[in-house]
Design a binder for this molecule. Sequence first.
Ligand code: PMP
Length: 408
Amino acid sequence: MALDVQAIRQDFPIFQREVHGKRLVFLDSAASSQKPQAVIDAMTRIYTHSYANVHRGLYTLADEATTAYEDARGKLARFINAADTAEVILLRNATEGLNLVAYSWGEQNVGAGDRIIITEMEHHANLVPWQQLAQRQGAELAYIPVTEAGELDLDVLPGLLADGRTKVVACSLMSNVVGTLPPVTRVAEMAHAAGAIVVMDGAQAVPHQPVDVQTLGADFMAFSGHKMCGPGIGVLWGRRELLEAMPPFLYGGDMIRTVKKTYAQWNDLPHKFEAGTPPIAEVVGLGAAADYLSALGMDAIHAHEREMTAYALERLAEVDGLHVIGPGADRRGGVAAFWMEAAHPHDIASIVDAEGVCIRAGHHCAQPLHECFNLPATARASFYIYNDEADVDALIAALHKVNRLLQR
Ligand code: PMP
């Protein structure tokens, strides 16, 4: 069923406000999404009725908080179809999940002379941890190139994998700049056939399309709760046998079973990777966000964004001197990064803000990808469940104003 965008907007209190006396047009969900009342309520409820630290308490409030926290983990496991809730690790953000894998799995499994393969379209969160791991271990870092059309050039992959030295291939499910949806399952098949593990960055995909970790071909996948209507939090999913074999990333309370003066033993999964007090209300809020998105239907969300993206690309083509980077609408998710001959991306963002339109400008934490296009920065509009064609129309009108003001 198609999304009822007007009804969805009613669920998000932020859309009751105006910006500069104009209707709020929020086109920056790729950075972080807005929050529905159901998520705000779930967090308020735990703070007002059931708040206490989790796992160690022997009193009612602690018990209620622990149940709410662990129930939310179960919801997230179902949301990505994890085979086991213990494979779902709750962290600060997607970046922490990717760092956890690069440190914990990486330092144990990647040595001098080994190879790590990533792609030129990665967000810095799935690039810098691997670059630094390669430097620490004396390993080689190789890149799958991006074509002019913003697609991965997979022709180089068989050659890179042929000598069996590759230990890990890391790839995002969707680019946060060009919106490309790479053929990740094919990449995973090739990587696995060569004996490498596969780490996927699901930050831009999990909020927008059905993702099933049992069929995806990933060994690890990180994603952000705050981009899927939840609060500031992230999730790492990993295959149980890999997580079991890995050392902890952070040490302290909750992640141990026994501590003696000279040694310690680790708690079971997932607690081994959740040291210290976790973001309790945030986890509960993210559970409510998973419920909210599931009720709308991930297939319906994906279909809606495809339509929005096709419409946006068509309308952006009408703006004089504007160039969108990346593939056509049938090959990308709901993101459109562009540059204009008349204006710097920061000026574009400021001018459209005066019309109530929120877009992002800069390198979007993907500097090597921008280098592929010889651009230091772009402006970026991104779409979610609460956007409709009227939002795109408002953006286009504001972009015509950019040209008018800068006399193009
Ligand atoms: N990967 C991609 C593709 C992203 O778009 C982002 C967020 N911009 C991240 C990783 C990092 O996510 P987080 O902010 O939750 O660490």
